[in-house]
Design a protein around this ligand. Structure first.
Ligand code: NDP
Ligand code: OXD
Length: 308
């Protein structure tokens, strides 16, 4: 694979990416500027406008993350160029950790005890059965199916939802609009792990949030625009939802003065639910480049029509 030219664009740990890619692909030349020579592959996260314009010879574009919504909005990317995304590479276990934290927090009512402590109140809540505490997971892909299984392994009934029928051990798998209605009606905690597409944008609006059981908890780990923010605020303010753990937002970074920052019913984290770990992701990408160079198929190719 000598003579390969790679175009790298990321604002997140760029030096580490260069070092890790150079280790995996010692003969490749890695270019970081938009005035790079004609490259064989582009490796990008949130590419700026114009990045692909001067690159007519790309054999594939690799997303350095799992989500490709920001990449697919680029209209400079020729239809014929495959887009390949990072699959898991350490992200699934991070997602599961975050979701488990939220599920256990809701199930054991730790935020209620924190409130009680502030008023020096010693008062036990009645114990609950895991079997009565169903969790919904929207999205049963690489990250959602792992997370759903991790939650199920603790004994919580788990209802998962996908676009097409899926089988995930230990998870009641549903699809389609009737499937969504069933998941929403059961979920004491709803974990969102869907890609942002034309179909999923604004999916969790007032009507669908209202289908959740009273006092449910929303955990959005995927993309902010999946949830109608004003509708979520209303549901929290009216006490219909007990809490929301939000890692992702329609605008990131979350703007100063945004009502989510100080809302007592919202936990904000700065898009860190599952971070790409550079060394394993660089290895995965290098292996895929080697396969593509040999003319072999690779996994993780995005269906651009479908949007994920
Ligand atoms: P996958 O592509 O592997 O899985 C997507 C899942 O969503 C699939 O089960 C798919 O259904 C389902 N889905 C897609 N469209 C619909 C629809 N219209 N209706 C119902 N189900 C739908 O993605 P990943 O699991 O790898 O990642 C999920 C998302 O997580 C990413 O797109 C990204 O936005 C987000 N993410 C967030 C991170 C963070 O730190 N906050 C980090 C990494 C990712 P089917 O199985 O039928 O295809
Ligand atoms: C991703 C992300 O999609 O970090 O990988 O959100």
């Amino acid at each position: 694979m000598s003579g390969l030219h790679l175009l790298l664009h990321t604002t997140e740990q760029p030096e580490q990416w260069v070092a890790a890619l150079q280790k995996e692909l010692p003969q490749a030349r890695i270019h970081r500027a938009s005035d790079a020579p004609q490259c064989d592959y582009a490796l990008v996260w949130q590419p700026p406008a114009g990045l692909f314009g001067g690159q007519p010879a790309l054999k594939a574009v690799f997303s350095l993350g799992a989500g490709v919504d920001s990449l697919l909005t680029s209209d400079e990317l020729p239809e014929a160029v495959p887009v390949v995304r990072v699959e898991d590479s350490g992200m699934a276990s991070q997602m599961a950790e975050y979701a488990l934290y939220a599920v256990l927090d809701a199930f054991r009512e730790f935020r209620c005890y924190a409130r009680q402590q502030r008023s020096h109140q010693w008062s036990a809540r009645p114990p609950r059965e895991r079997a009565d505490f169903a969790v919904g997971v929207l999205g049963l892909g690489v990250l959602g199916s792992y997370t759903a299984q991790a939650i199920g392994a603790l004994g919580f009934p788990v209802y998962g939802w996908s676009r097409t029928p899926r089988r995930v051990t230990g998870v009641t798998c549903l699809h389609g609009s009737s499937g969504l209605a069933e998941v929403l009606a059961s979920a004491r905690v709803l974990v969102v792990l869907l890609p942002l597409t034309v179909q999923t944008r604004g999916l969790l609006d007032a009507r669908r949030l209202a289908r959740l059981p009273h006092g449910a908890v929303l955990v959005n780990l995927a993309r902010g625009a999946l949830v109608a923010e004003a509708d979520l605020l209303r549901a929290l303010n009216e006490g219909r939802l007990a809490h929301a753990f939000l890692d992702v937002f329609s605008t990131e970074p979350l703007p100063p003065g945004h009502p989510f920052w100080d809302h007592p019913g919202i936990t904000v984290t700065p898009h860190v639910a599952a971070q790409t770990t550079v060394a394993p992701a660089a290895r995965q990408i290098a292996e895929k480049i080697a396969k593509l160079e040999r003319g072999e198929p690779v996994t993780g190719v995005v269906d651009r029509r479908r949007g994920y």
